[in-house]
Design a protein around this ligand. Structure first.
Ligand code: AMP
Ligand code: FES
Ligand code: ZN
Length: 312
């Protein structure tokens, strides 16, 4: 197959686009896709300072790389989740990436934020699925870091496969509130929130993996050990089968949802503005934000165990 742009020998074939690219043209294609998405959805202004949440995986590191290449002012944010060796190795990848390019990086770890806050400990104490506890804590620390650092935008590396799987899950249960909030740009609903954007939401996992490989980005290949068996993976698998039978399905599913269907769910309730958490002052829909309720629950369980003479 020949490169669709320059007719040299193609190295990548994208069935969804019915196109092939040599290496330089692929890199150009990928950057243009991100650039166009950012412009079309008005994700990032020219003077904005962007906080890029980087997990050490291919998507977020590829995103950081592209944003720097496009000339945006960026700072990385890595959150240490305390998931054993997986967290140590992903932290290492992020540090190496930032140091090699002299990029500013902020690191926060859950263990530093309070006793028993590492993901496995919270999951055990609250009997929640690790991913549910992890998601609430990530959201809180991303928001807090963006607010405290006075950033204009928070960018994450969610890709097309992530968004399609999440959309399928929300549709299968008709979760109207979640559907209303599933968008590539979330404008702040409170002065302590910043705009949240997903510039890779129309690029597949395969496309970001090829980009990261071609750019020589060293990323953590293994998935989080808690992801095994997660429902999200079942949805991804189903979508992969649909995509194989009909290339372009995932992109159409997500793109058309955002463009034409999502506004239907944009009810007044979905636009409710939050108040402030009594404990930490961050936006919250109840008396406490979901992070502080989680922390209270952990403290409560630890105190009960201590009182019963068990290890805290
Ligand atoms: P996930 O929720 O693991 O699918 O990750 C989605 C996005 O959240 C990634 O592309 C990153 O932008 C961000 N992210 C996930 N984990 C971390 C982390 N430990 N530190 C910073 N950002 C993260
Ligand atoms: Fe959060 Fe795996 S990354 S539980
Ligand atoms: Zn709070």
């Amino acid at each position: 197959m020949k490169c669709t742009r320059c007719k040299a020998k193609a190295e990548v074939h994208l069935r969804a686009h019915n196109a092939g690219f040599c290496r330089p043209c692929y890199l150009e294609y990928f950057r243009r896709q991100v650039e166009r998405t950012i412009a079309r959805e008005r994700m990032i202004g020219a003077d904005d300072h962007v906080l890029v949440a980087v997990s050490g995986g291919k998507d977020s590191l590829a995103l950081w790389d592209v944003l720097v290449g496009l000339g945006y002012r960026t700072t990385g944010l890595y959150l240490g989740l305390g998931i054993g060796e997986y967290s140590d190795r992903s932290h290492e990848k992020v540090e190496t990436f930032a140091a090699a390019r002299s990029l500013p990086l902020e690191v926060r770890t859950l263990a530093e934020q309070g006793a028993g806050l590492a993901v496995p400990d919270v999951a055990a104490a609250t009997r929640r699925a690790p991913c549910a506890a992890c998601g609430a804590m990530k959201r809180h620390f991303f928001d807090a870091a963006a607010h405290e650092g006075r950033f204009d935008v928070l960018a994450t590396g969610h890709n097309l496969d992530d968004e399609a799987a999440r959309l399928l899950g929300n549709v299968l249960r008709w979760q109207r509130d979640h559907l209303a909030r599933q968008r590539p740009v979330l404008e702040p609903s409170h002065p302590k929130f910043v705009r949240k954007v997903k510039p890779l939401y129309l690029l597949s996992e395969y496309e970001t993996a090829v980009y990261a490989f071609m750019r020589g980005i060293d990323y953590i290949v293994e998935e989080c050990p808690n992801a095994e068996g997660a429902t999200q993976l079942v949805y991804k698998d189903a979508l992969d089968r649909l995509e194989a039978a009909s290339p372009g399905t995932k992109r159409a599913f997500v793109k058309e949802y955002v463009r034409t269907i999502r506004p239907v769910f944009d009810t007044a309730a979905a636009r409710d503005a939050p108040g402030e958490c009594e404990a930490c002052g961050m936006p919250a829909f109840g008396v406490l934000c979901s992070f502080c309720s989680l922390v209270r629950e952990v403290e409560h369980k630890r105190a009960r165990r201590a009182a019963a003479g068990l290890d805290a």
